[in-house]
Design a protein around this ligand. Sequence first.
Ligand code: 8IG
Length: 276
Amino acid sequence: MNISHQSDTEPLDNPFEIAKEAAEYIAERSGVPHHDIALVLGSGWGGAADLIGETVAEIPAHEVPGFSAPAVEGHVGITRSIKVASGKHALVLGSRTHFYEGRGVRAVAHGMRTAAATGAKVAVLTNGCGGLNPQWMPGQPVLIRDHINLTAASPLEGATFVDLTDLYSQRLRDIAHGIDDTLPEGVYAQFRGPHYETPAEVQMAKIIGADLVGMSTTLEAIAAREAGMEVLGISLVTNLAAGISETALSHEEVIEAGKAAGPRISRLLAEIVQQL
Ligand code: 8IG
C-alpha cells in the first residue's frame, strides 16, 4: 500500500487528500478562503474563542469531512472561523480526537492536516493536564517547552523523518512571554490514557523529565510540524498529578478547575493570538 501523500493513491486512502477536502469545505462554509492560525481548545480553554475576535462562521465539527463527534464533556464541538483584530483569520478546531478513543492516529492528526490545508502557518495547541510541580496550583497556565511522547505511536506514516528539535517554537514562546513574563515553561508527557496515571507512573514521568502529564497534544504537534506549521503549546494545570497531592483525581474537579481559570486563560490566549 502506498501511503505517501505526493502520489497517485486513492483519495480516501490518503489523509492529506481528506484534509484538503475538509479545508475546501471550511472555505466554502465560512466564505474565508484561507486561514492563518489554527487553534485547538482543550479542557478549560473553550471560553477563549469568544475573545479572539469576530466569529465569521460556526460549523458543527462533525459536518466537516473526516471529523467525528467529540467524545468528552468539556470539549467544544463547533469549528469556528474568527477574524482577529490584526486582520488574520483564525480557525478554532472544535473537535479534538484523542488517541485513547481508538480511532487511530489519522483521526488524531486530521485537525492539524486540515488546518495546514486551509493555509494556517501557526498551530496553537491547548490542553488541560496534570501538574508535577507542587507549586503549580490548579488553574496555572504553563507553556510547553518540549514533550515526551509516551503513546508508542506516531501520527506519521512511512519513512517520514521529521525534525522535532524546536517543535515548540521559541519564537512563539517569546511572544507569549511578552504578554506574561511570569508564564512558566514545562515538558509535557503524553500518556495514552484514558485512565489517569498511577503515582508510580507520575514519578517515572518526573524522573524522565516531565513537568506535565496529559492525554493529547504531542501527536498533534508532530502532525502540525510535518504539515509545515509552527507550534505553540499551552497547558492548563487542572489538577496535581496522581500522588503529587493527597487527593484522588476526578473528571468533575478537572472541569471545575477549568471553569474557574477560564476567564484569565482565555484573555491570555486572546492576547497571544493578536500577536501571531
Ligand atoms: I485535565 O493528571 C487532565 N488530563 N494523563 N493525567 C493525564 N491526563 C490528564 C490529567 C492527568 N489531568
